[in-house]
Ligand binder design. Structure first.
Ligand SMILES: NC(=O)C1=CN([C@@H]2O[C@H](COP(=O)(O)OP(=O)(O)OC[C@H]3O[C@@H](n4cnc5c(N)ncnc54)[C@H](OP(=O)(O)O)[C@@H]3O)[C@@H](O)[C@H]2O)C=CC1
Ligand SMILES: O=C1O[C@H](COP(=O)(O)O)[C@@H](O)[C@H](O)[C@H]1O
Length: 311
């Protein structure tokens, strides 16, 4: 699904004119895991979630969402564009970051009762974050002012990796206030790959009421008998074929660390204490406030109606 970002963006005329600061309000890139450090807390504690997932996994997705169209699909052309995006990103400000650490859930399973600090391999009182959200800005003509909100964490409520592009409110809205909700394009990487675009539709019947619906490309329905390779299967195949398209180049790596290193040093030297969140929750509630501050509007009104597979 990650390479599909290129196809969605550059092989569809409908997206290119709106893929910019004029139409997009925020981009949220999430990577949520429903399990904790699973006995490898001692290793994890030296690094934390920003080094473990955000600086690499989430940044790879970010560059594909934000980069300009490469001259071709050749690996070097794509990697050149990815580096250009990174060069336009200033170091992340600590005030634009929320850190969390999971604690045991009192009424949970044996696994859920174990907080991060209960792992005997984790040093007592460790401040290492197991959850982080961070706001990144790409200071170029296309993206200036659009927040890219990166979120990742362990021991959360679900397994989910997705990109959520939230569009701006409709200007000159003619419908009753608040009825027309924002469009959102969701690219769900895992599990159950899907691309869906939340859109408003007239409620069937005599009224003019708006209703939230979606254009839905669920891979399981559209590609029923197709084997969808696992991400690692795909990477191993690239190794055999000598393709570097999905591998990070050294200048890309250097740029990514330029963006994260001052933040990581500040977190470490100031011993910033992460907020606690329950095992199996959505993470620290402070994250919702950060997202609301940076143009992500959650209304809680959208209801997905799973299509009837017999139709
Ligand atoms: N083809 C398919 O399979 C499709 C499936 N669906 C399903 O429908 C359900 C709803 O769709 P979804 O796109 O998540 O839309 P929602 O409007 O329910 O959620 C949108 C986003 O808001 C976040 N959120 C949830 N609670 C809060 C809160 N209290 N404050 C701030 N943010 C919040 C969610 O993520 P988080 O909790 O991670 O913060 C999510 O990123 C999902 O389970 C989805 O998988 C929908 C369309 C197509
Ligand atoms: O590199 C890592 O990735 C995994 C998650 O990747 P997945 O493809 O297995 O979902 C993460 O659990 C681990 O902490 C991290 O080191």
């Amino acid at each position: 699904m990650v390479p599909n970002l290129m196809t969605l963006r550059f092989a569809n005329r409908i997206f290119s004119p709106i893929w910019n600061r004029d139409s997009i309000s925020s981009v949220v890139i999430s990577f949520k895991e429903p399990f904790g450090t699973q006995g490898r807390g001692g290793y994890f504690d030296q690094f934390g979630i920003i080094r473990d997932v955000m600086q690499n996994h989430l940044f790879q997705i970010l560059t594909l969402v934000a980069m300009e169209k490469p001259p071709s699909t050749a690996a070097e052309d794509i990697r050149n564009e990815k580096v250009k995006v990174l060069k336009s990103i200033p170091p992340i400000a600590v005030s634009d970051v929320v850190l969390g650490q999971y604690r045991g859930k009192k009424e949970g399973t044996d696994e859920e009762k174990q907080g991060y600090l209960d792992d005997p391999t984790v040093p007592a009182g460790s401040c290492t974050p197991t959850f982080a959200s961070a706001v990144v800005f790409v200071k170029n003509e296309r993206w200036d002012g659009v927040p890219f909100i990166l979120r990742c964490g362990k021991a959360l409520n679900e397994r989910k990796a997705e990109v959520r592009v939230q569009f701006k409110d409709v200007p000159g809205d003619i419908f009753p206030e608040g009825e027309a909700k924002r469009n959102e394009l969701v690219i769900r990487v895992q599990p159950n790959e899907a691309v869906y675009l939340k859109m408003m539709n007239k409620k069937p019947g005599m009224s003019f009421e708006c209703e939230e619906t979606e254009l839905d490309l669920t891979y399981g329905s559209r590609y029923r008998d197709v084997n969808l390779p696992d991400a690692y299967e795909r990477l191993i195949l690239d190794v055999f074929c000598g393709s570097q398209i999905h591998f990070v180049r050294s200048d890309e790596l250097a740029e990514a660390w330029r963006i994260f290193t001052p933040l990581l040093h500040e977190i470490d030297s100031a011993k910033i204490k992460p907020y606690s969140y329950d095992y199996g929750s959505r993470g620290p509630i402070e994250n919702d406030a950060l997202m609301a501050k940076y143009n992500f509007k959650y209304t809680g009104t959208y209801r997905w109606v799973k299509p009837d597979s017999n139709l």
